[in-house]
Write a protein that binds this ligand. Structure first.
Ligand code: OFO
Length: 172
């Protein structure tokens, strides 16, 4: 039977992942109607990946004898200035997700639930990859600045970015 405090922490994390998926869906939709089909593809895939993170938690909670709570989700931001704005928001969102995951890990250790602690290590590694990728994208966008030609190529390439959500999902 899943420890109640751990179950609560996992259910909180289910909501965090649902909100991440929703936030990136709104970004993908904005990119789609503002002339960035590549970024839109990347962000739709990122949204799908966050949904997969949520599903993985739901199944884990249920498999361990707990009860996964399917959360209500707040409406995410929908107005963005540009791609720089989107990816800066994405990175700060991922920082918050990392803090939330660390909190779950902390509860596992306090409750001596080493099985869930082990399960959560996948999320810990995933966050390192996601934050690195977001930093890499922001660095590129900062270099590009307002150069429309470079932005066109950036958008073309990000759809198939190595290490991006599609690559990550393909390996799972
Ligand atoms: Fe990038 O957040 Fe899921 O874990």
């Amino acid at each position: 039977m899943l420890n109640k405090k751990v179950e609560k922490a996992l259910n909180d994390q289910i909501k965090v992942e649902a909100e991440s998926s929703h936030a990136y869906l709104a970004m993908a939709s904005w990119a789609e109607i503002n002339g960035f089909p590549g970024a839109s593809t990347f962000l739709y895939a990122h949204s799908d990946e966050e949904r997969m993170h949520m599903l993985k938690l739901i199944k884990f909670v249920n498999d361990r004898g707990g009860k996964a709570i399917i959360p209500s989700v707040n409406q995410p931001d929908k107005d963005f200035k540009n791609l720089q704005n989107i990816f800066n928001l994405l990175l700060s969102h991922e920082h918050a997700v990392t803090a939330a995951i660390n909190n779950v890990v902390d509860v596992c250790l306090k409750e001596k639930d080493y099985t869930t602690h082990n399960f959560m290590q996948w999320y810990v590694s995933e966050q390192i990859e996601e934050e690195t990728l977001a930093h890499h994208i922001i660095d590129q966008l900062n270099l590009i600045g307002n150069d429309k030609g470079a932005l066109y190529f950036f958008d073309r390439d990000i759809a198939t970015l190595k290490g991006g959500p599609q690559a990550a999902t393909a390996g799972k």
